[in-house]
Design a protein around this ligand. Structure first.
Ligand code: G1P
Length: 292
């Protein structure tokens, strides 16, 4: 029987230097896209894919994330008193019943692989999901759900990928796959942020992983890789020597909200679709673009 995946790791300890000064005192994961913080999009994707344990790997400057997923007694009390039941419902549903939040500290910023390794005690040797909240993935079927479908078919680790421009190879983990790769296929190898001329393909890893429980063993044996950091990509490369992993081109759109342009693109797309604001926002955008 396929081992179910119920745990997801959210590495949220990073400094967010690309968004300074906005992220000087605020975690980058708490930046809103329209009216929801980035991290909540990733959490909702996980929950709607069947995840019930949310493991946040945080650092000292990320307290706002814990507060966001906790109850806020004063706010809830006042909303109830004012009869604002819609808003009360909205804040109370952020973490639905049956879903638990667990917080683990990453004491030093030693890289994504190290952050994932910090969750080992909580995950044990089970397979788990890893979601990077910087990548907001907009899909009709949640990206993680699409990946879980592949996991259930193949029982292999699954990594979400998308085609990128070759000159962007040095921003991503890049997978090597068969020339005929379309949609999904086994990964032969993976390399972190290669130069364009060294990239084994144009398929880049986006921030969604379903990983075998064995990943922790591989992570624990790593020495620092690219940028002097413990890289998750290197642990996957090592895992591939023992186990299979699938690359999946998900059906949907990824916004790189770790970059200012991607963040603005996500804001515009989700703003246009917003049930209350969409129409007014569309008219405003049209007028503004025409008058520029
Ligand atoms: C991380 C990973 C990289 C992956 C990317 C996806 O890089 O190390 O392999 O392609 O996330 O967003 P980062 O963006 O943290 O530099």
């Amino acid at each position: 029987m396929v081992q179910p995946i119920t745990k997801a790791i959210f590495p949220v300890a990073g400094l967010g230097t690309r968004f300074l000064p906005a992220t000087k005192a605020n975690p980058k994961e708490m930046l809103p896209i329209v009216d929801k913080p980035l991290i909540q999009y990733a959490v909702e994707e996980a929950i709607s894919s069947g995840i019930t344990e949310l493991i946040f790997v945080t650092s000292s400057s990320k307290r706002a994330i814990e507060d966001h997923f906790d109850t806020n007694f004063e706010l809830e009390y006042r909303l109830a008193q004012q009869g604002k039941s819609d808003l009360l419902d909205l804040v109370q549903k952020i973490v639905p019943k049956g879903v638990d939040c667990i917080y683990v500290r990453q004491p030093q910023a030693l890289g994504l692989g190290h952050a994932v390794l910090c969750a080992r005690q909580v995950v044990g040797d089970e397979p788990c999901a890893v979601l990077l909240a910087d990548d907001l993935i907009d899909c009709s079927t949640p990206c993680l759900k699409q990946m879980l479908n592949v996991y259930h078919e193949t029982q292999a680790s699954v990594i979400a990928v998308e085609k990128i421009a070759p000159e962007d190879s040095d921003k991503y983990g890049i997978i090597a796959v068969d020339k005929s790769f379309k949609g999904q296929g086994y990964i032969h190898s993976i390399v972190e942020k290669p130069k364009m001329q060294d990239a084994p393909s144009n398929f880049a890893v986006v921030g969604r992983y379903l990983l075998s429980g064995k990943i922790f063993e591989h992570l624990s044996r790593l020495t620092p890789g690219r940028g002097g950091e413990i890289q998750l990509t290197d642990a996957i490369a090592s895992l591939l020597k023992e186990e299979k992993a699938m690359g999946l081109i998900f059906d949907g759109t990824r916004f790189d909200c770790g970059s200012k342009l991607g963040y603005m693109q996500a804001t515009i797309t989700l703003g246009l679709r917003h049930p209350e604001l969409g129409n007014d926002f569309r008219s405003y955008l049209k007028e503004t673009v025409e008058s520029f």
